[in-house]
Design a protein around this ligand. Structure first.
Ligand code: BG6
Length: 473
C-alpha cells in the first residue's frame, strides 16, 4: 500500500535498546550469584565464556549515562534469576537484589523506563540439575522468582517481559534447554518443557496483574514471517506449517490460551504431544492475558515443501532448518546477508508487524532488531576513538522506515529496542560479533580495558530519537 502521508511515531513511543544479563553483565560467578546453565556449559570453540562479558555489572552507571545521552526512553535488560536466587529458589542474594534496584534507579534518574525481561536463556544451574523445565517444580520456582521481582521492583518498573524467545529455545533446543536432540523421545521432552514454560508465563502474567495493577506485561518471542519459496500450493502449506510452529504456537497461547491447531497436529505426527497437561492447565492459560506483544525481529524466513525423503537439519534463530515432510528452509535470493549469514529483509519487518497486529490486536513493542558485525575501533586524525559502522545505520534506518509505514497501515506500536545497547557476547558467535551502539574495548579473549566508545550509529540513533523518527539521514 502506498501512503500519501505518513503517520508520526506516537509521542510516548519507547525508543531504546536491549541487552540480556548473561551476555552483558559479567560478575557471573561472584557477588553472590549462583551459576546459570550458561556458566556451566562449554562455550563454542573460539568464543569466550561469560565471566566478564561487557562487565556492565561494574560499568552500569557509565552505560546508563551513555544511553541517556542518546535520549533513550527505555532500556530493556534482563534480570539474572541466579543472581537473585543462586539456587533458583529459597535463599535470596541481597547483593543481587540491590544491584538491579540500583540499575533501575539509575535509569529512572534519566527518565529511562526500565523494561525488564524476567528470563533470558539463563536458568539457574541448580534447577537444571533437577530436570530444568522438564520438572514441574521449575514452574513454581519461576513464580517464586517472579514474586520476588514484583515485590522488589514493582514500585518502579512498569513494563515486564516474561520469557525471551521461548520459541527459539524450543525449536533450536539442545544447548539452552539441555536436551540431547538425537536421543529417542527428545521432541516430546522438549514440548513438555515448552508446556511448562507456557504455564510459567501464564502464572507470571496473572501474578503481575494481581500484585501490580498498573504494570504491563507481555511475552517476548522471536517472530519472523515465513514466506513460501514459490506460489506452489505445497510451498504455501510449508510456510503455513512453519509459521504455525515458529510463531503462532507461542502467540496463540500467550494471547488466547490455546494450542495452535497446525502446530498441535504436527506434534501428534511426530509423537511429541505433551503428556504433562494437567487438569486446570488450559483454563489457567486462557485466564492469563498479556497487555502487549513484544517480539524480536531480525529477518524473515523462507521455506519450501521438502522433497520426499529429505532429511531433517538444524538451524539457528534465523538460518532455517529442514523438518522432513513439513518445511525446508531455503535462502531467499532477494536479500543481502550480514557478515554472519543472516538475511536482511526490512520490508519483511512491515509484513510481520501487519500480520501480528491483524491476528492479535495488541500494541507491539520490538525488543530486538539489529545487525551483528566485526566492528573495528580506529583513531581519527586527532587520536580520538572512532567506530564507523555505516552498515548498522543502513540496517536500522531501513527497519525504522518500514516500522513507520506499518504504523501508517494502522499497526499500534509502543516502542522499539534494537539489539543491542552495548556490545556484548553473542549467543553462539562470541564477543567479536558486535551489535551495540556503544563499543566495548575488548577482544574475544583479551579483556583490554573495556572502555566504552560511541560508534557512528550512537550519534545517528541520538538524532533519530531527538527527531521522533523523522530524521533518519
Ligand atoms: C536473539 C537473542 O535470538 O538474538 C539474543 O534473544 C541474541 O540473546 C540475539 O544475542 C542475536 O543473536 P546472536 O546469536 O547473534 O547473539
Amino acid at each position: 500500500m502506498l501512503h500519501k502521508t505518513l503517520k508520526a511515531f506516537p509521542e510516548d513511543f519507547l525508543w531504546g535498546a536491549s541487552t540480556s544479563a548473561y551476555q552483558v553483565e559479567g560478575a557471573a560467578l561472584t557477588n553472590g550469584k549462583g551459576p546459570s546453565v550458561q556458566d556451566v556449559k562449554e562455550p563454542p570453540a573460539g568464543t569466550s565464556g561469560f565471566e566478564v562479558a561487557a562487565d556492565q555489572y561494574h560499568h552500569y552507571k557509565e552505560d546508563v549515562a551513555l544511553m541517556a545521552e542518546m535520549g533513550f526512553k527505555t532500556y530493556r535488560f534482563s534480570i539474572s534469576w541466579a543472581r537473585l536466587l543462586p539456587k533458583g529458589t529459597g535463599e535470596v542474594n541481597e547483593e543481587g537484589v540491590q544491584y538491579y534496584s540500583d540499575l533501575i534507579d539509575e535509569c529512572l534518574k534519566y527518565d529511562i523506563q526500565p523494561l525488564v525481561t524476567m528470563y533470558h536463556f539463563d536458568l539457574p544451574a541448580a534447577l537444571d540439575e533437577q530436570g530444568g523445565w522438564a520438572n514441574r517444580a521449575t514452574v513454581d520456582a519461576f513464580v517464586e522468582f517472579s514474586e520476588l521481582m514484583f515485590k522488589s521492583y514493582g514500585d518502579r518498573v512498569k513494563y515486564w517481559l516474561t520469557i525471551n524467545e521461548q520459541n527459539m529455545m524450543t525449536l533450536a533446543a539442545g544447548a539452552v534447554l539441555g536436551v540431547d536432540t538425537s536421543a529417542p523421545g527428545a521432541q516430546k521432552r522438549i514440548y513438555e518443557m515448552n508446556h511448562h514454560m507456557l504455564l510459567a508465563q501464564a502464572k507470571a502474567m496473572n501474578l503481575c496483574h494481581e500484585m501490580l495493577p498498573n504494570a504491563k506485561i507481555g511475552p517476548a518471542p522471536n517472530i519472523a514471517l515465513v514466506y513460501p519459496e514459490s506460489c506452489k500450493p505445497e510451498d504455501v502449506l510449508a510456510s503455513q506449517n512453519m509459521n504455525a510452529l515458529r510463531n503462532w504456537l507461542y502467540l496463540d497461547m500467550a494471547v488466547f490460551g490455546i494450542y495452535n491447531n497446525i502446530a498441535w497436529s504436527y506434534l501428534g505426527e511426530i509423537d511429541a504431544v505433551p503428556e504433562n497437561i494437567l487438569p486446570g492447565d488450559m483454563e489457567l492459560m486462557a485466564s492469563a492475558k498479556p497487555d502487549f506483544i513484544a517480539f524480536n525481529y531480525y529477518s524473515t524466513a523462507t521455506v519450501k515443501m521438502p522433497e520426499e525423503g529429505a532429511e531433517s537439519t538444524k538451524g539457528d534463530q534465523q538460518r532455517g532448518a529442514t523438518i522432513a515432510g513439513f518445511s525446508q528452509g531455503v535462502s531467499n535470493p532477494n536479500f543481502q546477508k550480514t557478515e554472519f549469514g543472516w538475511e536482511i529483509d526490512p520490508v519483511g519487518f512491515r509484513n510481520t508487524l501487519r500480520e501480528v497486529y491483524s491476528r492479535y490486536h495488541l500494541p507491539i513493542i520490538i525488543t530486538e532488531n539489529g545487525l551483528g558485525a566485526y566492528d573495528k575501533l580506529e583513531q581519527d586524525e586527532n587520536g580520538n576513538d572512532v567506530v564507523h559502522d555505516p552498515y548498522r545505520i543502513d540496517y536500522l534506518r531501513a527497519h525504522i522506515e518500514q516500522m513507520r509505514l506499518a504504523i501508517t497501515d494502522g499497526v499500534e506500536m509502543m516502542g522499539y529496542c534494537p539489539w543491542s545497547a552495548v556490545d556484548l557476547i553473542s549467543t553462539h558467535e562470541g564477543f567479536v560479533k558486535r551489535y551495540g551502539f556503544i563499543y566495548v574495548n575488548r577482544e574475544e579473549f583479551d579483556l583490554l580495558d573495556l572502555r566504552r566508545v560511541r560508534k557512528d550509529s550512537f550519534f545517528w540513533y541520538k538524532k533519530v530519537i531527538a527527531s521522533r523518527g523523522t530524521d533518519l539521514a
